[in-house]
Design a protein around this ligand. Sequence first.
Ligand SMILES: [Zn+2]
Ligand SMILES: [Zn+2]
Length: 330
Amino acid sequence: MSNVSHTRKMNNLRSLLASKPQKEVLRLYLYQRHDNLFKQAILVTFYRKWSERPPYGLTEIGITTYDRQQVNSGFPCPPGPHAEDLLAHVWSIHLRLRSNAHLPSTDASPCAFHFGSSVFVTHSEAAQLLHQVWHQPIDAMDLSKGDRPIICLSYGDNDALGRVRTGDVDFTPNKIATTIAVLNAQDIAIQARITSSKSATIDYILPIFKITPYHVSNAGNAATYITVLAFLSVLRDEIYGAESNPRAKPGRWGISSTKPAQNVMQWLMERPTPAPPFGVTTYCSRCSSFVHSAWECPNTDFVCTKCSASQAKWRQENAATHMEGLCVFR
Ligand SMILES: [Zn+2]
Ligand SMILES: [Zn+2]
């Protein structure tokens, strides 16, 4: 649903934002009062992870959403010592693609989502959810007013990978009409002078803010950490600025001096979070049961004979993680 004037406003907003540095776009969104369409925007962090081996299946999607209209009725407010008054409104979602859940991972990170519950979904459920996130009506009672604008935040070349490895869930944020800006938190950290490294990883940047990240390779944690580091980067003057710290060096100066950043992260991990209203939270990637997880699977004799007979050593090693019917190799 959309109309000509709404489409024109969205296009105007998109070209206006394209002319500004990414740091400025996020700062304007978080910290300015707006009376136009921009105030309706939703910030969505989007991070995908693929298996490291063929067939490079999509294994996880991390999403966070932030709606500034829900924070102080949309009016700018102090962010709190480590932006927690804003971060409290970030909703974190971690999707695991059921059919690829048995593909090997470098560590236990797919199981270690710290900011909510992971849900196991089919490819079409994942696609539907992304569609819903990107199509939220301005007025649910009057759909002719069109959808809310989306600012998409990602990290590094995660998007570029998606272009190479399409076929799974074909989803390209900058091709969707509601997307008014695509931001890269890695670039934002450079523009905000947090680091000068063009290849800084998430685990490299967070300790600059005195935050110790856990299981960054979990796509859900990654999405949350990306959101946190982008907020702290663009709000550095408000958070760390002080007479004794005129260049607003991150750490514990200014309003941030009242508590450690790690306490805020701990609180974000411990607070109760609603599970997404779809998918299942319990799924066994070995036998496809919905009543137990792979850790508790009683079917320990299930081995994929296709993988155990494979020439590839990593497939032989992974043969006991799934029954033959779930094998992604045909
Ligand atoms: Zn099982
Ligand atoms: Zn197999």
